[in-house]
Design a protein around this ligand. Sequence first.
Ligand code: PMM
Length: 291
Amino acid sequence: MPPSARPVGLPAVDRCLVMGILNVTPDSFSDGGRFAGIAAAVAHGLAMAAAGADVVDVGGESTRPGAQRIPVDEEIRRVLPVVTELSDAGLSTTVDTTRAVVAAQALAAGAVGVNDVSGGLADPGMARVVADAGCPWVLMHWRGHSRDMASLASYDDVVVDVHDELRCRVDAALGAGVRAEQLILDPGLGFAKSAEHNWALLDRLDVLLDLSLPVLIGASRKAFLGRLLADETGIARPPDQRDGATAAITALVAEVGVWGVRVHEPAANIDAAQVVAAAARTRARSGGFDD
Ligand code: PMM
């Protein structure tokens, strides 16, 4: 799918879309605690939009490996005021949640879509909320909650298994009345995946793109990049020094036709996406057809 094609309700851009990450949590792996207060979170959301982020993805529950769940009231308390303020300020926001009640309240507060890392598996009520709202729904590949996910990283062939499991989630969503134009797929890098699994998925995105739905990639600052960039003693590069590698991934995935990336620092990723789009336009012109 060309990058300009888009799910209903999200901004149209002529390059790979860039979604800024806003974790209103005390414990996310990269930015945990930095934006736990409402004012700091809103300011960061506005700053990401000013830096060019197309969408700001607001989450209240950490999904880092081993994370414990938080009560639903606490998740709503974290997310709702931030979604409300950013939406009122004119930003496109999505809510990063696996809970139908949180999604419903965030949509009522102005969010334009739902980013569900469980692909609809964690809460049977999510499909109804999304079907009723008619909004975009990111279905991420997921095998279980964060506290358990390390034990679930076992695959015959990670590319085939993720494709097949995501296709089941698509079928379930369509069966529940969600329209195909609402769906976005995400292989869920780092969620019940080793570094090798992540690299294999990145290498064979064509398999996922074959499902003919927009694909979103969340590689930003993840541990497999820290390990790749480890120092000579083997100590992983810290999360806030992984943005160059993240932008390189954005270029790689935009080049193969990925619709969007979810990142902590939008600016360099927008630049990378623009470079890839310009190269594609040049290629199209020299190939003799007009883009
Ligand atoms: N990764 C995290 C959280 N939410 N959502 C999607 N769709 N894809 C991801 O890869 C993803 C996600 C991991 O935590 P972070 O918010 O600190 O990046």
